[in-house]
Every structure is written in C-alpha cells, then in structure tokens.
Write a protein that binds this ligand. Structure first.
Ligand SMILES: [Zn+2]
Ligand SMILES: [Zn+2]
Length: 417
C-alpha cells in the first residue's frame, strides 16, 4: 500500500504514515461490518444512530438561525419535533442499555448512551428556544436529521424485507462516504434553493407568460402532476444524457456512477456541481409553466421517495407498473457496468422517455422475468476515494475517451480485489 512508500520519506512522512494507518484501521472497523444477531452490534449501532441524531437535533433547537432552514421551519410543529427528540433520546438509551446488560460488546451502547446524556445536558426535549435574527444563509442540519431519520427507518427495513442482493451489508463498504455526501447535499439546502431560484427567475424571468400559467393551473391536480413529472424528466433526460456524452461533463457525473454496491444511501453520491446543475434545470419548466403549489408539492414528495427508492437494494413486486414508472431494477441498469447497459435508462421518473429516444434497456429474461446487472460502477480508470478527492476529480481528470482515462494495469488489479 501507499503507506510503506510514505514511510520512506522521513520523519514527517512517518507521522503521515501512522495517521494514515490509524485512519485505515478506524474505517476498516466500521465499514463492511455484518450486523449479525446475537452480538449486540444491531442494538449498539441503533443506539449510536439515535444518540447522534438527538445531539444534532438539540443543536438545531439551540442555533435555529444558523442550523435550520427557514422554508422548512415555517411548516414545523414544535410539539411534534420535541416528541421526536425525546423518542430518539429514549431509543438511544434503551438500545444502549440493552447492549450494555445483554452483550459483551458494550462499546457502541456506551457511545449511544453518552450521546443521549450530552443531549440531555444541552436541554433535551424541553430545550428553550431564544429569539433570533435570521442571517441570509443558514445550514439545513434540520433537513439532514429529519430526512436521514425517515429514510433510514423506512429503507433499511424495506431493503431487509425485499432485498435484491440479500448478502449485501447495511454497513457496506464506503457507507460513510455516502453518508458524507448525504450530509453535505442536505445541509447546503439554502445555497441550493438560492442558486436554483436565481437561475430561473433572473435568467428566464422574461419568458413567464401569465395566460399560459393560468391555463396550466386550471387543470386537475392529477393531470398537472403527470405533466410536471414529464416536463421535469424531459429536461433532466437532456442534462443527464449530456453528462454521459460530453467527455468533460462525464467526469462530474462519474462520481454518481462510482459506487460498486447500490443501496438507498449510494444514490446520494452526487458531485455538488451536478446537484446545482440538475436542480436548476429541472426547476425551469416548473417555474415557466407555473404549476399549482399542490402539484409542485406532490412532485417534490414523489422525487424525494423515488430518488432514494430507485437506488435501493430492493426487488419489489412492481409488475407491469415498471413500464410506467422507474423502479430500482430500471435505475440499477443505468448504474450497471455491463456492456449492454452503458449510456442507457437515463429517465428519473418515466421510462417512456427512454423508450421514445431509444435508450431503454429492458433487463428481462426470455420469458419476461427480471434480469439484474452483474456489476455496478465506472468502466475504465477507477475514481479516487474520498469526498474531497472526488469533488476535485472533474478538474484534474483526463476527459472521457482520452487514452489516460483508460484503466491501467494496477487500477484493473485494484478493482478485482
Ligand atoms: Zn448517469
Ligand atoms: Zn443514480
């Protein structure tokens, strides 16, 4: 490994070397970990999970001006949020105590209980909220905590009940990296909203037509929802396909394609430039057509669920519905490294768009049964590991198609390990 080379460069190098090894050891300990029953790891992990969320939650109560999203805050019921915080603290202590008294492996339980105690010390569920003045930009820590709680509770259970690959671990390789992406792309919600709104209103404000918008809004909600899904997906298709076909844009989007294992969390691995680009362009038809607020809200909920679901490691019985809406099977083929699936299945919501443009891969057996991809990930040279290295990657990597972008022998060896 690189560690032995670094050790040879002297004292500073040795320090880096030991730091590197320590980091690798920690990552190894919490990645690729089977949560087998009968060891205390499941209850211990749940305790740490709820403990960490309660601590982040209480911090949101303490610093709402910096850590919460004004647009979300307007819809909050404080009583419900306090109950949620209390529930998370009790869960952290309950699972932690269970680990502590029932199993020999007590470390995780102790950490979970410790986090709940710090939360209590910071005021717990009855924490006071002081008056505050809202700065122009704040972090969406509240959005991260609530979305992570809801998504984890739903999708970890669904992935266990209807698994596609049932030997895949919850704490699989690189789950921390994807959690890092999930964290960043959620806490930056204010910046995302600011950029996407400015893109539509400042650049395309002149194209708004009141008569057209009134006609759109006069339609029934269900029809508007279908239209908004179709319009947004059409724009998204164009942007997505451009990122696959333009050699330099590909290096931004390659980040999203690099996970070798797919699950509900792996879909959050998206370069921040792509987050801004896709959300800005998708918002444009919504802004120009002026769909009603209810239709847009339903669309946002739809995107939130479908975006996570299509990456998840699930094989749900969709039946013929899979021709109407994109499913995990459909989008897993988009992430496939198998030759037949390269640059196919671009649609985010409606497969009909790929059917129209000839980029649909069916992934079916002869008799019509589902066939799943063998491998996922980027074909060619492997991407660097780590959040910052991957964010830097589009600026330093050779464009797609360049001979330097093709896998060299050592990289090919790395992949096979
Ligand atoms: Zn793609
Ligand atoms: Zn994806």
């Amino acid at each position: 490994m690189g560690g032995t080379q670094i050790a040879a460069v002297g004292q500073g190098g040795e320090r880096r070397d030991s730091w590197h090894h320590r980091r690798v050891k920690i990552v190894d300990r919490i990645e690729d970990v089977p949560l087998r029953r009968g060891e205390g790891r499941i209850s211990g992990t749940l305790s740490v999970f709820f403990g960490a969320l309660s601590l982040l939650g209480v911090l949101c109560f303490h610093f709402p001006e910096y850590l919460t999203t004004p647009r979300l805050r307007a819809n909050y019921d404080l009583g419900v949020l306090r109950s949620l915080l209390l529930f998370a603290m009790l869960a952290a202590v309950g699972f932690g105590a269970f680990t502590f008294f029932r199993w020999r492996n007590k470390r995780l339980g102790a950490v979970g209980i410790g986090l709940a105690l710090v939360t209590t010390w910071l005021g717990g569920a009855s924490v006071e909220i002081d008056d505050f003045r809202q700065p122009a930009i704040s972090f969406g820590l509240d959005w991260f905590v609530l979305a992570l709680l809801a998504n984890t509770l739903v999708f970890v259970v669904v992935e266990r009940l209807f698994p596609h690959r049932d030997d895949q671990l919850v704490l699989r390789k690189e789950w921390q990296l994807d959690l890092g992406y999930y964290f960043f792309n959620h806490i930056m919600i204010s910046v995302i909203l600011l950029v996407t709104t400015a893109f539509s209103e400042q650049i395309f404000g002149w194209a708004v037509h009141d008569g057209l918008q009134a006609a759109v809004r006069s339609q029934p909600i269900w029809l508007q929802l279908i239209e908004v899904l179709f319009a947004a997906d059409l724009v998204q298709y164009a942007g997505h396909r451009a990122m696959h076909e333009h050699p330099r844009l590909w290096n931004i989007h390659a980040v999203h394609h690099c996970p070798a294992e797919m699950d509900w969390l792996s879909g959050s691995r998206i370069h921040f430039i792509e987050v801004l680009f896709t959300r800005s362009t998708v918002l444009l038809p919504i802004y120009l057509f002026g769909f009603s607020e209810t239709a847009v809200n339903l669309y946002v909920i739809w995107v939130g669920i479908q975006g996570v679901l299509i990456h998840s490691n699930t094989d749900l019985p969709f039946g013929p519905l899979r021709y109407l809406v994109t499913t995990p099977h459909f989008h897993h083929w988009h992430h496939a490294a198998d030759a037949e699936a390269i640059d196919k299945n671009y649609a985010a919501h409606l497969p009909v768009i790929d059917m129209i443009f000839g980029t649909w891969v069916r992934g079916e057996e002869q008799g019509g049964g589902l066939r799943w991809p063998e491998h996922y990930g980027v074909v060619g040279k492997a991407l660097p590991q780590g959040f910052f290295a991957q964010h830097l990657y589009p600026f330093v990597a050779p464009p797609k198609g360049d001979p330097a972008a093709v896998a060299t022998e050592p990289d090919a060896e790395d992949l096979s390990r």
